[in-house]
Write a protein that binds this ligand. Structure first.
Ligand code: SAM
Length: 267
């Protein structure tokens, strides 16, 4: 058996793989592995995107924190998220329309075929799939109640989702916005860039989640717009989550001292 190793800043994560299930190279190199202890694993351009073991930690926080911070989200846009995990979680809510915009058709088709974490979400009648750059899509799109950004690291094709112009567009196209904002430990420069550019929103905040297979296991998110936690709405999804609950929601906003220093002056 081989080891898949993802390196970051002089450290890394090693995952023992049983076999590679599929690989395709288009605008990104997409690989799906069967691992020894973490289930199936999606890798894009050499970076671990998810494992079956902990994908719920990430997807549930990216989705349920903003969805329960909007009074009645019916129309949702997901930018990126071609694996279908965020889509699966959004559909647990009483939504009428979800548009998933991913730049890479290969990711969607591969994940549907080999990963299957969408659990049928791609075929739900409320869902529209658009293959496009997320920023280009927003320039001509309808308005959403909630926009979620589930992107790859801000290099290459996802670069457009991290600049100020993107945040300005997003602000004009939704009430509540949430994006993943990278590792605040080993990707500080990306995190800072996102914090600065998201300042186009009058109100915004940062929350954290533990995601064991992401760099250094602590992941950050930015929540922006007209958000307010409607805890009573959790009743509608109670029993449907693996990781998320209202206690975890509230705790996610408690920032440790080192993190407060990182956001100081930006928020
Ligand atoms: N949860 C993962 C993480 O943080 O490591 C992200 C996984 S998801 C598979 C990322 C998706 O973003 C990919 O499918 C990729 O094709 C998509 N993506 C990257 N740049 C994009 C862009 N400019 N517009 C739309 N989708 C984009």
């Amino acid at each position: 058996m081989d080891w898949f190793i993802e390196y970051y800043n002089g450290s890394g994560l090693a995952v023992r793989v049983v076999k590679k299930l599929a690989e395709i190279e288009g605008i990104q190199k997409v690989e799906v592995y069967e691992t020894e202890s973490l289930g199936k694993m999606l890798v894009i351009d050499g970076k671990i995107q998810l494992t079956e073991f902990d994908e719920a930690f990430y997807h549930e926080m990216l989705v349920h924190v903003p969805m329960l911070s909007h009074p009645n989200p019916k129309k949702v846009g997901i930018i990126g998220g071609g694996d279908g995990g965020a889509l699966r979680e959004v559909l647990k809510h009483d939504v009428s329309r979800v548009v998933l915009i991913d730049i890479d058709r290969n990711v969607i088709e591969f994940c549907k075929k080999f990963l299957k974490i969408d659990r049928g979400a791609f075929d739900d009648e409320r869902v529209e799939i658009v293959v496009s750059d997320g920023k280009e899509f927003l320039k001509q799109s309808e308005k959403f109640d909630v926009i979620l950004v589930d992107s790859t690291d801000p290099v290459g094709v996802s670069d457009t989702l991290f600049d100020r112009e993107f945040f300005e567009l997003a602000r004009s196209k939704c009430d509540v916005f949430c994006c993943q904002s990278q590792s605040p430990l080993v990707q500080k420069e990306y995190f800072k860039k996102l914090l600065e550019n998201s300042s186009v929103f009058e109100k915004r905040t940062v929350f954290l989640a533990s995601v064991p297979t992401y760099p250094m296991a602590i992941w950050s998110f930015i929540l922006a717009g007209n958000f307010d936690f409607a805890e009573d709405r959790f009743e509608k999804i109670r029993g449907k989550t693996h990781h998320y609950n209202p206690d975890v929601h509230r705790a996610a906003f408690a920032l440790p001292e080192w993190m407060k220093k990182e956001v100081e002056g930006c928020i």
